[in-house]
Design a protein around this ligand. Structure first.
Ligand code: NAD
Length: 477
């Protein structure tokens, strides 16, 4: 059998648009059918997904299920459960000045949506947005990450089998292919990745006035002040940080705690790491690897000149970097106002950029108030984690800082909270998705107003204007 020629990027987008324009993605039954097809794609090929994720990221089967497949399946089931309710037109209010009239809001699909995904959760971050895109009745073009090649190839192979009509299409590749995709007109673009590429995407989208959802990154801080539950809290912190070898957009990036709490925290983190990944995490089947040499070199360079408290062992051939904790002498308020703690001007390289790997710096900060100042001194983060037994401290961070989300006494878990909006704010992203928020992001909420011709009260607003008429209209409005 001769292989089918790969369609060009413009042809792929045109074919998707043709299908959308023919109305094939709109009926609710068709949407539900596609969601079930996506479900089948994941469940019937679970071993293949686990193998691909192991090959790309050394992700164990357990972690693959927990953080990639199950999260997406939960999103599908949630959408299937609520789809009909979301799709129902809703009555809208009509002001007295327009009576008699009726209004409703109707959700309509946007058209063809482009989803661009990163490599760190190459299944979830590609297919989770797709759930909302399909539920809302759109066609989709998917661009998996070229840096998770096994997963990308698997998805490219499976999608045509499960979406034989072409409502979902895949374009594989890196910068040239994405650049070509971005030249096409889409009706929405969902991009997950770095702020640098996010800006490129937004600039390209502006050419076609295409709305965007940008899921970006940043330095997600932790305030750790719980003495009462030190070991439980440290275990949750270590799990959130070192899952997927720290390559998680919402991973805790750095920890702030008071100077006298640091030794106990380091000790508790050490115990937690050993408990979860063993004394030598390299031999653990549950500990990941750095995605490629470039990222490995960047991370190990960040370690130079730091005081390693835990871990630090690394092996380039295996792209292994141990769960590592370092202590960083943080400048307090007394170090002078001119030197920022975070951002490109920070004294320590670990505090200048998002770490995105298994290195956790601990900064000595004297109080929760000071920690809030540090957080507010730079870009708004994607998540903020607060470990404390004090309700007052929880409130302080909720009210005096801004971040994509706040989680108390845990990390990462809000990503799995289907039904809550997931997204950043400021530099950590634009827009949000998951559950009904995906529905809202990928639908147009269209008001439909009907003003019957009889009882023609609109005459009041038409010339010739008399003082009496204008006065009446003003009172009604
Ligand atoms: P990236 O921005 O380098 O790449 C993301 C996608 O953009 C890939 O599909 C890639 O092919 C494409 N791309 C790369 N360079 C491009 C260019 N010049 N022009 C057009 N397209 C280009 O991101 P990454 O390295 O894959 O992921 C890491 C970043 O993503 C981190 O900053 C992380 O915090 C962020 N992230 C955010 C979330 C979230 O949900 N908010 C989730 C995961 C990762």
């Amino acid at each position: 059998m001769t292989p089918q020629p790969v369609p060009t990027v413009p042809q792929t987008v045109a074919d998707a648009r043709h299908l959308f324009d023919a109305g094939r993605t709109r009926p609710i039954a068709a949407r539900a059918g596609r969601l079930r097809a996506l479900r089948a794609l994941l469940t019937e090929n679970q071993p293949a997904f686990e193998a691909a994720l192991w090959q790309d990221l050394h992700k164990s089967a357990g972690e693959a299920q927990l953080t990639e497949l199950n999260v997406t399946l939960a999103e599908i089931d949630h959408a299937l459960r609520h789809l009909r309710r979301w799709a129902r037109p809703r009555r809208g209010p009509v002001p007295a000045a327009l009576w008699p009239a009726r209004a409703r809001t109707v959700s309509e699909p946007l058209g063809v949506v482009l989803v661009i995904a990163p490599w760190n959760y190459p299944v979830q971050l590609l297919l989770n947005p797709l759930v909302g895109v399909l539920a809302a009745g759109n066609a989709a073009v998917l661009k998996p990450s070229e840096l998770a090649p096994a997963t990308s190839a698997l998805i490219a192979r499976l999608v045509p089998r499960y979406f034989a009509d072409g409502a979902v299409r895949v374009v594989e590749g890196g910068v040239p292919e994405t650049t070509e995709l971005l030249l096409q007109r889409f009706d929405h673009i969902v991009f997950t990745g770095s702020g640098t590429v996010g800006r490129i995407v937004m600039r390209a989208a502006a050419e076609h006035l295409t709305p965007v959802t940008l899921e970006l990154g940043g330095k997600s801080p932790v305030w750790f002040d719980d003495d009462a539950h030190l070991h439980q809290a440290a275990r949750r912190l270590a799990w959130a940080k070192f899952t997927n070898a720290g390559q998680t957009c919402v991973a805790p990036d750095y920890v702030m705690t008071t100077p006298d709490r640091i030794p106990a925290l380091v000790d508790a983190l050490h115990r937690a790491i050993t408990d979860m990944w063993g004394a030598d995490p390299r031999t653990s089947g549950d500990y990941g690897r750095i995605v490629n040499e470039r990222q490995f070199d960047r991370l190990t360079a960040l370690l130079r000149g730091t005081e390693v408290a835990i871990g630090g062992e690394h092996d380039r051939a295996d792209r292994y970097l141990a769960p590592t904790v370092v202590t960083v002498p943080a400048p307090g308020p007394d170090s002078g106002p001119a030197r920022p703690v975070l951002g490109p001007e920070a004294p320590h390289p670990l505090l200048r950029e998002e770490i995105f790997g298994p290195v956790l710096p601990i900064l000595a900060v004297n109080s929760a108030e000071r920690a809030a100042q540090v957080i507010n001194s730079w870009d708004k983060p994607l998540a903020l984690y607060v470990f404390t037994s004090s309700a007052r401290t929880r409130r302080l961070f909720e009210q005096q800082t801004s971040s994509g989300a706040v989680v108390h006494d845990a990390g990462l878990i809000h990503v799995a909270a289907t039904g809550l909006p997931f997204g950043g704010v400021g530099a950590s992203g634009i827009g949000s998705y998951h559950g009904v928020y995906s529905w809202r992001a990928f639908s147009h909420l269209k008001p439909v107003v009907h003003k019957p011709l009889l009882m023609d009260t609109l005459r009041l607003a038409q010339p010739p204007f008399t003082r009496r008429r204008l006065g009446l209209v003003k009172r009604l409005m």
